[in-house]
Write a protein that binds this ligand. Structure first.
Ligand code: NAP
Length: 273
């Protein structure tokens, strides 16, 4: 585990004995939530990142980085840090972390809420084909060579090596290293949000005829979906993985309301039970 600057809670919060909230992050929503709670000052907030991105955006709450070491590690963290409430604001495709959060919170007796942005819904004019997994999405591109915008995480793009006939335009926040073992691939390093007009220009300039996308939801990366609709480009849309059944809201305001409803007693993790 690597500590990022500002990891320690401000003394004023520690002294007031404010309830302690851990946010599992890695999303814009987690950042917004942390900022909103810091501004209110009613919770001692800490934010946890997986540590995958080389240069994570600055956060307004104390932040830790790196895995906990599975369910046992997260449970131990909840107890050691005397966490009173846990918010799973990880990305909809970070299903492993969500399952760990569910189990660790249950064991430690810590109330858990999931913050999940809504899925994108197919609109009139969209040309979507659904896939359950990324390998299935690659398969659905078909045998004929295509020009594909690959909008997947850099650890997921390797699935394209199974279909070397396609010309890939791979966009990721950090570089894809080593490059894909395919004859035709170009790389763009960029972090959203991406405006629809810019996506329209990108798709046109590279003569893209298919997009590989996860159904992430949210505004920041929807521009390519809207631009694809306008240009009549097919989107192979990867469906979300199954997540544990947890009380879920789809907005920062929903989390704030949930926190207000929380009983004002310490969790078993805080009491050291
Ligand atoms: P994942 O498969 O669900 O999690 C794999 C492991 O990474 C977890 O078991 C955990 O390690 C660690 N981890 C994940 N999120 C963490 C967090 N917030 N704090 C501390 N450890 C965390 O996750 P993933 O799909 O690789 O995503 C990694 C992170 O990137 C997530 O935080 C997610 O919000 C963010 N993200 C993911 C995507 C995506 O498409 N998957 C897109 C944008 C952002 P331990 O078992 O050791 O605790």
């Amino acid at each position: 585990m690597v500590s990022l600057p500002g990891m320690d809670a401000p003394p004023s919060i520690r002294e007031t004995g404010a309830p302690r909230l851990l946010i599992l992050g890695g999303t814009a929503e987690a950042r917004e939530l942390a900022a909103a709670l810091q501004a209110r000052g009613t919770f001692a907030v800490s934010l946890s990142l997986a540590g995958r991105t080389r240069n994570p955006l600055p956060q307004s709450a104390p932040t830790r980085s790196g895995g906990f070491g599975g369910v046992d590690g997260l449970e131990a963290h909840l107890r050691a840090e005397r966490i009173d409430a846990l918010v799973d604001a990880t990305h909809p495709f970070a299903a492993t972390m969500s399952h760990h959060a569910h189990e660790a919170a249950r064991r430690a007796g810590v109330p858990l809420l999931a913050l999940q942005r809504r899925e994108w819904q197919r609109q009139p004019g969209d040309i979507w084909r659904e896939a359950a997994t990324i390998p299935e999405a690659v398969e659905k591109l078909g045998p004929a060579p295509r020009r594909v915008l690959v909008a997947l995480g850099r650890n997921e793009v390797r699935a394209l090596e199974a279909a070397p006939q396609h010309a890939c335009l791979v966009r990721s926040i950090d570089p894809v290293e080593p490059p894909l073992a395919v004859p035709q691939a170009r790389y763009i390093e960029a972090r959203g949000p991406f405006a629809e007009a810019d996506e329209h220009a990108l798709l046109t300039a590279h003569r893209i005829d298919a997009i590989l996308s996860k159904n992430s939801g949210g505004e920041a990366t929807y521009g390519k979906i809207a631009a694809a609709r306008a240009l009549g480009i097919e989107v192979i849309m990867v469906a979300r993985p199954a997540r544990p059944e947890v009380e879920t809201v789809d907005s920062v305001d929903g989390v704030l309301e949930w926190l207000e409803r929380l009983p004002h007693h310490s969790s078993p993790a805080r009491r050291g039970v």
